[in-house]
Each structure stands twice: as C-alpha cells, then as structure tokens.
Design a protein around this ligand. Sequence first.
Ligand code: G1P
Length: 295
Amino acid sequence: MSKPLRKVVFPVAGLGTRFLPATKVVAKEMLPVLDKPLIQYAVDEAVDAGADTLIFVTNRYKHAIADYFDRAYELESKLHEKGKRDLLALVRGTLPRHVRAIFVTQPEALGLGHAVLCAKAVVGDEPFGVILPDDLIWNGGTGARKKSALRQMAELAEAEHAAVIAVEEVPHDETDKYGIVAATPIDERSARISHMVEKPKPADAPSNLAVVGRYVLPARIFRLLEQTTPGAGGEIQLTDAIDALLKEQGKVLAYRFEGIRFDCGNKAGLVRATMHMAMQDPQLAPVVREFLGRL
Ligand code: G1P
C-alpha cells in the first residue's frame, strides 16, 4: 500500500458477555487496565501509527465511548479552579487535538466483517487499519519507547505495498478461537500468507499461527466484504474477505509484531494485563510483589 495510514477502524459493537454483569451498563472497551480503559490503549496505538481519523463502529448501548472522547466541561472547569493541572491534562488528553473521532453504527450484530464494512463510507478509497481493542498489545512501555504494533505493521504495508495481518502462535487446541493462517516465512517476523480460515477445529487448522486483532487493509476489502456470505458462526467474517483479497491480489503478509499481547476479551487476559501494567509502575510493582508473596 503506497499511502501512509491515516484512518483506523475500531469495531466496538460487541456485547461483552464474558464480563456480565459489569457489561450490562459498562461497554467492555471501557473496562480499565489500571487507570486507562482498553479503548484508550487502542487509540494510543492508532495515533502512534500515524492515524488522525478514528472510526468507532458502535451500537446504541455504547454511548460511554463517545462520552469518553468528548470534552467534559464541568469536570475540566472544576479541575481548573482547583489548579489540578496534571489531572486536567489527563482528562483532556484522551484524544490529541489533531485527531478526530467519528462514530458509525452497526445496526445488527452480523460479524466482524460486517462491522468493518459499516466504516466504508468514512474510510473511502485509502488504506486503513483495524484494531480490536480486546487485544491489548504492550510494546515496551514509556521508558525505552518502541513502535506500537500497528505502526510496525503500517510501515511494512507501505514498504511492501501489501495488506498486513498481525499473527501470533497459539496452542494447537485453541485454533477454533481465531482466524488461522497458512504462511511461508519471509524473515524472522513476516511471512507470505497462502490461505486463511476462520476458527477451524484443531484437526482442520492449517497451522497454529493465529490472527490477532490488528490489520492494515486496502479499501478494496470493502467490495470483497460486500460479496462475503456468512461463514463461521453464521457471521460475515473479515478473515473470509481477506482470503478473497489474497486470491485476487496474491500478496497478503502475516506479521509477528514486537510486543506482548493480552487477550482482554476474557477475565484471565484482563487480569494478566493488569498485573503486567502494575509491574511496569515503580509504585505499584512492590505492592504486587508483596501481595503475591502473601497469597
Ligand atoms: C476475531 C477474528 C479472528 C481473530 C480474533 C483475534 O474473532 O474474527 O479471526 O483471530 O478476532 O482476537 P473474535 O475474537 O471476535 O471472535
């Protein structure tokens, strides 16, 4: 893909049933890892990758996400009056000034592919990223700051003129939770995909290389999504449309990003992410160590 990445789509219309009852009223993307909601980690990653237009594909229950990125005038003026500059900066800093947030709705839950298709009119005719905020990817922290996973992928996509999909090895018995790729290695991190399949049973899986929630895609994918019929789970699958892209364009890359991925779509992953982030914090790390010692 020759143009730099400017737009990133966040499919956030899921129900979050694994976190019920909390998700009765709290969007799962608003669940915090320490003091930041999952969606903030995803947005920070998109902005690091160069995005200035963020497209949230949402539904009528997810107003909190729009509110979170909006100005909070009453809170801001109270913090201002009290001279709490640090807190004011935090509250105002959820979205950098040069970045705009656009909300589109997914009227029916017809699958990830359908959610991405809902962003078609806003993305237009340019390459774009997709981030699934459930997958939190930590890239080395703020000290020795490294490139975010999406930035690594955007650079590869631009250099190689190809779509790039993030992948990671998963246990063989978990292939039915992921999109799985068959790929021929190019170097240590990238591989050329020959085939992709959504949630195959372990016996049918072409490998244990799983798609994780980061994609850099060309606008062409929208036409292919329009032609995609319901696949695994009766849903319109992004994986199926990417497989069609592969057959048409011949070059789609799988990329093993540098970073650690936490699957915050389930409780174990959210606990791991929270503990990991706490261990990066000089004040919290000794607290966690001491508490775990006592446990
Ligand atoms: C989605 C994709 C799947 C991918 C996964 C990564 O599945 O359809 O290909 O491996 O995200 O998190 P979901 O987890 O939404 O069922």
